[in-house]
Ligand binder design. Structure first.
Ligand SMILES: Nc1ncnc2c1ncn2[C@@H]1O[C@H](COP(=O)(O)OP(=O)(O)OP(=O)(O)O)[C@@H](O)[C@H]1O
Ligand SMILES: [Mg+2]
Length: 613
């Protein structure tokens, strides 16, 4: 609701200065000019205010009106977010497009959630029930993939449910009434929430981050895992694979809901998402992925200020699904574009810049964003927990990680997947550098990861190797990392003296590292089989490679020439096993065949591998 009118004094890019509104507040949404462009107040002085405008201000000039709204920038939260594409201020792009054609005009008023769709609401409480904020009062099937829980909005402390109705409703129609001595609240399927304020959760409700977000990407799940509720940064220079990596996680991870923010990236990247996502199916439920996805897009040709809005919009939507008790993955591509927008606006506000022109509050803003991640007990009954996992791409100029945005991000994110231009150049994707990356979630996660395999108990009967696998796996992972580390230092020696001059055990380490890189770390996003690698397959692929190494090392220790091992016909098969649709059965068979082949060589030399320690 518009409260007061003032007038524009100055326009500078996405920043406008106005006066004539007495009780303007920081963060208040203003409507600028005849077209009522959406803006937000970012600075107040005694007799004027400055606002950043989320739409192009070209053609707008001094003297035009500016309206206060008395409201902060809010997100509309309710059914109808999934399977949709929104712009930075959460306007439905499909509706904008319908209304205005492909050139989206500014100032177009489109409500955020559609009002013309009816949802079947099924109450889960009866009239007379005592309720409080966060309680689930009923459900709506938002998509076949997600049962949307309708919550008592935060802020309604307690009350009696005076009325609750089953039936078909638009998001803004009243479905329930809560009353207390002093007030009466109407509850509809949607409510608003100011995007810059993190949504509340239960006091002391933060939970330990000990559940993995399974992404089906080997270098992530096995080596540098991310927890549900954790945060990760993907810094990488131009073309190193940031977008593909985010998209892989958006497609395959076991999150219930994905919120994907395209922030300031090229339009064609967003276009890829828009054309590709609707065709994809969830690997677990077989339904279209869009049914669990919200896209918030704000491309490089849209006004910079809207980048900021899109980040907060996305975070708020993610928290809203968390509050319903879901695991949400929130991705932002790229947070650097957001930081650049902060820099540009700060410059126009004539604030004192610190490093590389960024404002002094940059690290705080980045911290605030990543702090919205977490796994928590949420408000209300029935008791439930949910999580928001945040994954942000960072695009440092020139790929140099020693710059303010990357440095600040690494301080707050729990996982660092360092993308390496050399790997990308040699087409090793995902180009995650296995020596420089880290994850703070490996300890507790690996044990839960192993527990998760327990559910594949059918394999215990089928495969003899299954028995001790879960306990061995942590060892396998450390062994693999140790091998890759040793290989890196051996390689630097080999560069000087030549590989053939190395002792056989070192040559074997190089050979196994090669197999690990090719057969395990490399994973094509475009391979029909390998784009997603389920945890169990990750386990046995790694086991096969490490067991090969252990067996081969016993041969080398007994002076069997390395060339005999190198020539084993199974080696190229091991490297390709990841792409074999025969999957687990195939790998299991290949593994046994390889060990038999090694054993046969040993026999020729008069010993057996099994007897060797
Ligand atoms: N997992 C992968 N499998 C196969 N190819 C990949 C993979 N990841 C990246 N690529 C290749 O690298 C190219 C660049 O990847 P991507 O667009 O994700 O890079 P980016 O870091 O987002 O680039 P920019 O800096 O331009 O945003 C892709 O078009 C693709 O050919
Ligand atoms: Mg990209």
């Amino acid at each position: 609701m518009t409260t007061e009118a003032g007038s524009l004094k100055r326009v500078a890019g996405s920043i406008v200065v106005g006066s004539g509104i007495v009780d303007m507040k920081m963060g208040e949404v203003v409507l600028v000019g005849r077209e009522e462009l959406i803006g937000e107040v970012v600075k107040l002085t005694e007799d004027s205010f400055t606002a950043q405008v989320y739409e192009s201000t070209s053609g707008i000039g001094p003297g035009e009106k500016i309206l206060g709204t008395g409201k902060r920038l809010v997100a509309e939260l309710g059914p109808g977010l999934l399977n949709k594409v929104f712009d930075g201020v959460a306007r439905d792009l499909e509706l904008l497009f319908k209304e205005r054609g492909s050139f989206i005009r500014r100032g177009v008023k489109v409500t955020k959630l559609r009002r013309d769709v009816k949802w079947d609401f099924k109450p889960s409480l009866l009239r007379g029930a005592m309720i409080r904020e966060g309680d689930v009062i009923g459900t709506v099937e938002e998509t076949p993939m997600l049962l949307h829980r309708i919550l008592v909005p935060p802020g309604i402390k307690t009350g009696t449910l005076k009325k609750i109705e089953e039936g078909s409703f638009a998001v803004d129609e009243v479905v329930a009434v809560v009353s207390d001595k002093d007030y009466e609240h109407k509850i509809s399927l949607m409510h608003e929430w100011p995007v810059k304020v993190p949504r509340p959760f239960k006091e002391d409700g933060r939970l330990t981050l000990d559940q993995p977000l399974i992404t089906g990407q080997r270098v992530i799940d096995t080596f540098y895992p991310i927890a549900k509720g954790g945060s990760a940064a993907i810094p990488g220079g131009f073309g190193t694979g940031k977008t593909i990596m985010l998209q892989q996680i958006a497609k395959w991870s076991d999150a219930d809901v994905v919120v994907y923010i395209g922030c300031g990236e090229r339009g064609n990247e967003i276009c890829d998402v828009l054309t590709e996502f609707p065709k994809l199916k969830d690997p677990r439920k077989g339904r279209p992925l869009m049914e669990r996805t919200v896209l918030v897009t704000n491309t490089s040709n849209m006004p910079v200020a809207a980048r900021e809005a899109s980040i907060y919009m996305g975070a708020t939507m993610a928290e809203y699904y968390r509050d319903q008790g879901y695991n949400v993955a929130l991705m932002a591509d790229s947070t650097s574009r957001w930081a650049e927008a902060l820099r540009e606006i700060s410059g126009r506000l004539e604030e004192l810049p610190v490093e590389q022109g960024y404002p002094a509050y940059l690290p705080d803003r980045i911290a605030e964003f990543y702090e919205r991640a977490g796994r928590m007990v949420v408000l209300g009954a029935p008791e439930r927990s949910g999580s928001v996992t945040i994954i942000g791409a960072v695009s440092p100029p020139g790929g140099d990680f020693n710059e303010p945005v990357t440095i600040a991000t690494l301080r707050y994110a729990g996982v660092f997947w360092a993308l390496d231009p050399e790997l990308a150049f040699s087409r090793h994707f995902p180009a995650v550098n296995w020596l420089k990356s880290y994850s703070l979630y490996t300890g507790p996660l690996l044990s839960t990861f192993t527990e998760a395999w327990g559910s594949y108990s059918e394999y215990e009967k089928t495969f003899k190797w299954w028995q001790d696998l879960s306990t061995q796996y942590i060892e396998y992972r450390s062994k693999a990392l140790e091998l890759l580390n040793s290989a890196a230092s051996i390689e630097s020696i080999a560069r000087v003296i030549g590989e053939s001059a190395l002792p056989d055990d070192q040559q074997l380490i190089l050979l196994t590292a090669e197999i690990l890189k090719e057969g395990f770390l490399r994973q094509s996003a475009f391979d029909a089989v390998d784009a997603y690698c389920e945890p169990l397959r990750q386990v046995i692929l790694l086991k096969m490679i490490i067991d090969f190494h252990t067996g081969a090392m016993k041969l080398v220790n007994k002076k069997v020439p390395i060339d005999l091992i190198r020539r084993l016909p199974q080696i190229p098969l091991i490297m390709r096993a990841k792409e074999n649709p025969g999957r687990i059965e195939y790998v299991s068979h290949l593994m046994e065949e390889t060990l038999d082949a090694l054993e046969k060589i040993a026999e020729n030399y008069g010993f057996t591998i099994k007897d060797e320690q």
